[in-house]
Design a protein around this ligand. Structure first.
Ligand SMILES: Nc1ncnc2c1ncn2[C@@H]1O[C@H](COP(=O)(O)OP(=O)(O)OP(=O)(O)O)[C@@H](O)[C@H]1O
Length: 227
């Protein structure tokens, strides 16, 4: 018997977004398979960050549908979207967005705390293993201000993956890093996404980063194209 077809991790149909009277993009359609790594490229200002924010349910859109593994994001209330995000999404931002008053281990454990209330022994062990996986073993009690930019981005990657999300969104994750550190961070991000079997959508200007993807898509004002 043939297995049932797997639902796409992401299916976007006819998405349109505008701010006030200015259109950002329209008629954006694409899908991402479970475990697939897709890079989204496009000129500055074309709407890559806006699109990722829509995919995360952090921003609204004006037309079209976003369906994640069968869940229609547009049909969820704000609260339901927040619950969905906690369970299924990891987001890596260009500017790291680590919380300055929490130490490194607490930052990485945050998604588990939001899901489970407090960090039990299993959660603490998971945080430790993620810190080891991103090369930050032993630095769990440091504060973010005591880390380099590359180390901060590795904290952000560990935090995005600690709760084993099936969907990972990364917005210019190497934009603030020097080339050698950017290469190491991209190695880590793609390796961790592959190991976890997570679908990864990466918005980037970096050709080097885009080369690592299974597929590259180009966002333009009139939709998604193959470059
Ligand atoms: N809150 C907002 N209000 C009004 N316009 C906005 C807002 N956020 C973004 N924009 C506009 O929407 C467009 C898309 O911005 P966005 O940041 O998504 O582009 P981008 O492709 O990610 O750019 P870059 O590659 O430079 O990061 C831009 O013209 C931007 O000025």
């Amino acid at each position: 018997m043939t297995p049932p077809p797997r639902l796409p991790a992401i299916a976007v149909e006819g998405l349109a977004k505008h701010y006030a009277s200015a259109s950002v993009f329209q008629d954006v359609s694409f899908s991402v398979a479970p475990g697939e790594l897709v890079a989204i490229v496009g000129e500055s200002g074309v709407g890559k960050s806006t699109l990722l924010n829509c995919l995360a349910g952090l921003d609204s859109w004006d037309a079209g549908r976003i369906v994640h593994a069968g869940t229609d994001l547009g049909a969820l209330s704000d609260d339901q979207r927040a619950v969905w995000r906690r369970a299924h999404l990891g987001f890596v931002f260009q500017a790291f967005h680590v919380l300055p008053h929490l130490d490194v281990a607490q930052n990485v454990g945050l998604p588990l705390m939001l899901l489970g209330g407090r960090l039990d022994a299993a959660a603490l062990a998971r945080v430790e293993s993620m810190l080891d996986a991103v090369g930050l073993g032993g630095l769990g009690t440091r504060l973010p201000q005591q880390l380099s930019g590359g180390q901060l981005q590795r904290v952000a990657i560990a935090r995005a993956l600690v709760h084993r999300p099936r969907l990972l969104l990364a917005d210019e994750p190497t934009g603030n890093l020097d080339p050698a550190t950017a290469t190491r961070v991209m190695d880590l991000l793609t390796a961790q996404a592959r190991e976890a079997g997570a679908a990864l959508v990466l918005a980037t200007h970096s050709r080097d980063a885009a080369r690592r993807a299974d597929r590259v898509l180009q966002l333009r004002e009139d939709g998604m194209h193959t470059p």
